[in-house]
Design a protein around this ligand. Structure first.
Ligand code: FES
Length: 68
């Protein structure tokens, strides 16, 4: 996932992915370009629910911990 990329590369994004991919925060919110967004599988309902809490939500928002 994108969260794994951040962790594996020791990238220092403040508070990114604090729930470690359990879909209980929205700190891993990412905004994708339309072409990338369209290639991904549909989000699960849990992801939609958590995205509703994300700051700056857009039509191409996803949770980085759910993007493979
Ligand atoms: Fe918390 Fe993705 S890391 S929802």
């Amino acid at each position: 996932t994108l969260l794994d990329v951040v962790i594996d590369n020791d990238l220092n994004f403040e508070s990114y992915g604090v729930c470690e991919g359990t879909i209980s925060c929205s700190t891993c919110h990412v905004i994708l370009d339309q072409a990338t967004f369209d290639k991904l599988e549909e989000p699960l309902m849990d992801e939609y629910d958590m995205l509703d809490l994300a700051c700056g939500l857009t039509d191409t928002s996803r949770l980085g911990c759910q993007v493979h």
